[in-house]
Structures are given as structure tokens and as C-alpha cells.
Design a protein around this ligand. Structure first.
Ligand code: A3P
Length: 287
């Protein structure tokens, strides 16, 4: 069913109670049938939850901290976006080496084979900072035609009517799955060593403390912001991003405090308490 959400150049449609952009609608069957490999690593998230950060971490863990190799190709080539028409499923099928695949798809749309085969990492970020980050992203992307202000955007987020929304169903469907390795964006800020150690263990890699420290350093916000292999500045030349903004925007916990109206903040609290079925303890950056 197609619905009229004033959001993107792509029409939005609803399926399984999720709101998905048009380019996904055409591929849902193909997604289901996609052949998963035993050694695939899938990095999954609701948009703006820290996906790129984790993609770079996983790439380095998988490639024995080969920093040079990590600069030789863009993050979207090293860790392709499954849902997006470019580079496309054919390209991902043809990758000969171990695949690190990014997707924002809700769990019910993943390939049928996913759970019995691949490793699955899910990133969660507190929903207030997600809202702020997503709002800015709609201004950065030329694919969005959202003209409203932050309050208009927040209203849509609260109604669940943003691409890949509702956020609470997206999160619930992943964090309740037994074999999914969950990472909190905020934990990457407060205890990166522990998070990366656990993540490496999940990936079957035993990294030395020094290597973990060098990964933390490499993946700091400032380093990544200035790293042309990950900072998506090339999207400006491709016309996908506007010139006056950056994918690496702020990268903090608690920026929502600069944006949210009190009653909207309470509405999100209500969502976390009542609509989100799993009890999750979010770090909102208030000490
Ligand atoms: P902000 O808009 O709050 O700055 P995704 O990769 O899922 O699209 O998420 C993007 C968000 O993660 C952005 O949030 C971005 O700045 C933040 N981010 C990306 N890399 C980061 C890093 N190394 N450290 C902290 N935040 C990072």
C-alpha cells in the first residue's frame, strides 16, 4: 500500500507495518531469496544509529587492523549497502572475499537464510539523538524533499512514519533475537575498549589490547570525519549530498537536549516505555 508521507523523492509504502522507501518495494522478493554465506557479517541498524562507525570497526577487526587497506577503497565498497540500488545485489553476490554487508531492513525483510548462517550485528542508539541525526540527514541528502522543521520531523518520527520506521518495531524485532550481537552507540562512546573486545570475540578474532586501542583511535569522530574513505564527502560530487553539510555532523550523546521540546521528549519516553516491548536502558547523555 502506497501512502503519502511528505518525506522523500521516493514514494513511501507500508508493508508488515513498516514504512519503506519505494526502491525497496521493488526488491523485497529478491531480498528474501538472496543467498547468505556462512561467513557473511551483516551490520544492521535503524538509520542514523552509528552504522558507519561500526562498519569501519568491523572492517578493521576482520582485516587484522590493516589501516592502509582501509584507506584504499571507500566504506561503501568495502561494506556495501544491501538495500540501496547501488552497488546492487548482483555486485554483492559477486564479492569473492568475506562480505561485510550493511542494511537498515527490518528483520522480517531479511533474506530467509540469514539466521542459520550469517553473523548479525545490530546497533541501537537512543531515539532522541536518532531523531536529531535523522532530521539533519534529511537536510543533507538531496534524495529527501522534506521541507518541515525539526518539530514536524519529530511528529513523523513519533508516528513511526519515517523511512524504515517505526523505530520501536525495528529495534524490538532485532534485540529479541537470540543470535544477534547488539551494540549500543552510546557504549561506543563510554566504553569503546569493552565493546570492541566483545565484538571481536563475536567475530572470532582475538585482538591484542594494542590493536584494539589503535582501532579506537582510528575510528574517533575527528579521524573518521577527515578520512576521505569513510566521510561520504564524495557524495557531494555525485549530487547525493548538498554542499553545505557533512555526514559526520556532531557524533555526540545528548545533542537532542539542544532540539527537543519537553512534550515531544515525553512522547518518546512514552514510546520507550510502552510501545517498545523490550525493556532497554538508554543513555541519553544526562549525567
Ligand atoms: P550525528 O548526526 O548525531 O552526528 P549512521 O552511520 O547510522 O548513518 O549514523 C550516523 C551518525 O553516527 C551521525 O550522528 C554521525 O556523526 C555518527 N558517527 C559516525 N561515526 C562516528 C564516530 N566515529 N564517533 C561518533 N559518532 C559517529
Amino acid at each position: 500500500e502506497w501512502i503519502d508521507v511528505p518525506f522523500t523523492k521516493h514514494k513511501i509504502f507500508t508493508c508488515n507495518n513498516f514504512y519503506l522507501p519505494e526502491f525497496l518495494a521493488k526488491s523485497l522478493e529478491k531480498f528474501k531469496q538472496f543467498q547468505v554465506r556462512q561467513d557473511d557479517v551483516w551490520i544492521v541498524s535503524f538509520p542514523k544509529s552509528g552504522t558507519t562507525w561500526v562498519q569501519e570497526l568491523v572492517y578493521l577487526i576482520e582485516n587484522e587492523c590493516d589501516f592502509k587497506k582501509a584507506t584504499q577503497d571507500s566504506i561503501e565498497n568495502r561494506s556495501p549497502f544491501f538495500d540501496y540500488p547501488s552497488p546492487g545485489l548482483k555486485h554483492i553476490e559477486n564479492i569473492k572475499t568475506k562480505r561485510i554487508i550493511k542494511t537498515h531492513l527490518p528483520h522480517s525483510f531479511l533474506p530467509d537464510e540469514i539466521e542459520k548462517k550469517a553473523k548479525l550485528i545490530y546497533i541501537v542508539r537512543n531515539p532522541k539523538d536518532v531523531t536529531v541525526s535523522y532530521f539533519h540527514f534529511t537536510n543533507l541528502s538531496t534524495q529527501a524533499q522534506f521541507t518541515g522543521n525539526f518539530y514536524d520531523f519529530t511528529k513523523l518520527f513519533i508516528e513511526g512514519k519515517v523511512p524504515y520506521g517505526p523505530w520501536w518495531n525495528h529495534v524490538d524485532d532485532y534485540v529479541t533475537k537470540k543470535d544477534v550481537h547488539v551494540i549500543y552507540y552510546e557504549d561506543l562512546h563510554t566504553k569503546p575498549f569493552e565493546v570492541i573486545k566483545k565484538l571481536s570475540k563475536y567475530l572470532g578474532k582475538d585482538l591484542s589490547d594494542d590493536k584494539i586501542k589503535s582501532i579506537i583511535e582510528w575510528c574517533s569522530f575527528d579521524k573518521m570525519k577527515n578520512n576521505p574513505a569513510v566521510n561520504y564527502e564524495w557524495y557531494k560530487d555525485l549530487g547525493l549530498y548538498k554542499k553545505n553539510g557533512h555526514f559526520f555532523r556532531k557524533g555526540t550523546v545528548g545533542d537532542w537536549l539542544n532540539y527537543f521540546a519537553v512534550d515531544d521528549s515525553q512522547k518518546i519516553d512514552h514510546i520507550v516505555e510502552n510501545k517498545l516491548k523490550t525493556k532497554l536502558d538508554f543513555n541519553y547523555g544526562i549525567s
